[in-house]
Structure formats: structure tokens, C-alpha cells
Design a protein around this ligand. Structure first.
Ligand code: NAD
Length: 248
């Protein structure tokens, strides 16, 4: 028996990195997974590889109208309401000091990392209410917990703190509907995003982490699965840091 048997889950940004790892783990736990992403080629390829319980949907998470279309399409496809949402899609934006940060870049980072999580929760909560409950996992960052030297830019930090705050607000509001909402705060995880932000092997990053390595994406998936499943039945509104001791 899987931990997510019969549940319909949406995982945004599922075509690579941590999102892809969550898709792979969730489907082995019995979920019907909607892998949503802008990257059609990779999204389709992963869905074909994993079989009928993974459905790729092209999705720009920064658009509320797209969210409405995507949720309707997913529920039509699987024939059941969405009861798990993992708001994972995110971008870093340019690594620059605040004074040199362009308004356009600021708005883009906030749209992808923060507005998307509002749109996702707004669109999916009515389905969860009808279904009698659900679980939402918002992917933030250690940058949403503490200010770290070398954090990419203020929009990244601001949007990741916002993710944590929105998580708490929605958890309190919709707890009575049996909807649990938690945020996950990864440290340095080996993904294409991190490879692009550093060099291929993470440069000197491992030396800064007490555990002395970066994490594999699937190590984060185990935590996300825990929060999405009944294993965490009494945990809501909390931040869950997974960083090898970086912010200890
Ligand atoms: P990644 O760049 O490897 O993958 C992100 C995916 O999101 C890509 O497939 C991309 O196509 C998709 N995406 C980007 N913009 C989108 C949009 N507008 N609509 C739909 N999909 C979009 O990233 P990752 O490292 O796997 O990060 C996943 C999440 O974890 C992000 O929210 C990131 O901020 C967060 N995070 C990552 C790290 C890390 O070390 N990698 C650390 C802390 C937090």
C-alpha cells in the first residue's frame, strides 16, 4: 500500500530538479500525479516514462487563468479532485545587490516564487474542501528562514519569506476544513538550478555545510512526501528546514 494511494497531486516545476524527484517518489506511493511545467519536452518525456499515473500539463504558474485551466484539466483527466498540491516551481533571478536589481527581474522572481503559490492555493483549496481535506506543501528555502551571506537577491529572499508567511496564514484559515499547509526550506540541493548558480559540483558549498555535502533532490522528496501524506496528520502551518545543519 502506498502512502498516497488514490490521491490526485499537482507538482509544479516537475520537469527537472526537485520537482522531478517529487513526481517520481509520489507515483511510487500510489498518487496520480499532474506534472506541470513550462518545459514541455522534458515534462512529456518523464510522463511517458512513468506511465498512466503521471499526466504532463503545460503550465505557467504566474498566471491565475492558467491555474484554473490546469486544475480543471487535471480533474477531468484523473476523474477525481486534487487533494495534494506541491508549489515547487521557482527561479533565482540575477545575483546582484539591491541597488543594481532591475524592476523587471524583481517582478519576475516574485511572480514565479510567490504569486504562483497564492494562485495555486486559491485555485486548489475549493477542490480540497469538496473532497473533505487536502495537503499543501509550499517550497521555500533556507533563504526564507534567515539572511545568509551570498543569498542571490532581495526578490528571492522576500518571495521565500512570503511563502513561509502565506503557508502559516492559509494553514490557520483552512485547518477547520482538514487542509494542512506546510513549507519546506531546502539548503543546497543538487539540481540544475543549483548547478547554474554555482559550478557543476557545487564549488566550495559543501565545505560550508556541517554534513559536508549537498543533498540529492530525492532526500527532499522524502520530507515532501511525509508532509503530503497522513504520516504528518497533526502537522500544519510549520516550516521544515532540510539543510544538513547549514542554518543550525
Ligand atoms: P530547477 O531550476 O532545477 O527546476 C525548476 C523547474 O521549475 C524547471 O523545470 C522550470 O522549467 C520550472 N519553472 C520555472 N518557471 C516556471 C513557471 N513560470 N511555470 C512553471 N514552471 C516553471 O529548480 P530546483 O533547484 O529543483 O528548485 C525547486 C524549488 O526549490 C524552487 O522553488 C527553488 O527556489 C527551491 N530551492 C532550491 C534550492 C536548491 O539548492 N536547488 C534550495 C532552496 C530552495
Amino acid at each position: 500500500m502506498g502512502k498516497l494511494d488514490g490521491r490526485v497531486a499537482i507538482i509544479t516545476g516537475g520537469a527537472q530538479g526537485m520537482g522531478e524527484a517529487h513526481v517520481r517518489r509520489f507515483v511510487t506511493e500510489g498518487a496520480k500525479v499532474a506534472l506541470t511545467d513550462l518545459n514541455e519536452e522534458r515534462g512529456q518525456k518523464i510522463a511517458e516514462e512513468l506511465g498512466e499515473n503521471v499526466f504532463y500539463v503545460k503550465h505557467d504558474v504566474t498566471s491565475l487563468s492558467e491555474w484554473k485551466r490546469v486544475v480543471a484539466e487535471v480533474e477531468e483527466h484523473f476523474g477525481d479532485p486534487v487533494t495534494v498540491l506541491v508549489n515547487n516551481a521557482g527561479i533565482i533571478g540575477p545575483v546582484v545587490p539591491t541597488v543594481e536589481f532591475d524592476e523587471e527581474d524583481y517582478l519576475k522572481v516574485v511572480a514565479v516564487n510567490q504569486h504562483s503559490q497564492f494562485y495555486g492555493m486559491k485555485t486548489v483549496i475549493p477542490s480540497m474542501q469538496k473532497a473533505g481535506g487536502g495537503t499543501i506543501v509550499n517550497i521555500s528555502s533556507t533563504a526564507g528562514m534567515v539572511s545568509i551571506v551570498g543569498a542571490p537577491n532581495l526578490a528571492y529572499v522576500g518571495s521565500k519569506f512570503a511563502s513561509r508567511g502565506m503557508t502559516k496564514h492559509v494553514a490557520v484559515q483552512y485547518g477547520p476544513d482538514n487542509i494542512r499547509v506546510n513549507s519546506v526550506h531546502p539548503g543546497y540541493i543538487k539540481t540544475p538550478m543549483m548547478a547554474a548558480a554555482t559550478d557543476a559540483d557545487g564549488g566550495g558549498i559543501a565545505a560550508m555545510v556541517p554534513i559536508r555535502r549537498m543533498a540529492e533532490a530525492d532526500e527532499v522528496s522524502k520530507l515532501v512526501l511525509f508532509l503530503a501524506s497522513e504520516d504528518s496528520s497533526y502537522i500544519s502551518g510549520m516550516e521544515h528546514v532540510i539543510d544538513g545543519g547549514l542554518t543550525a
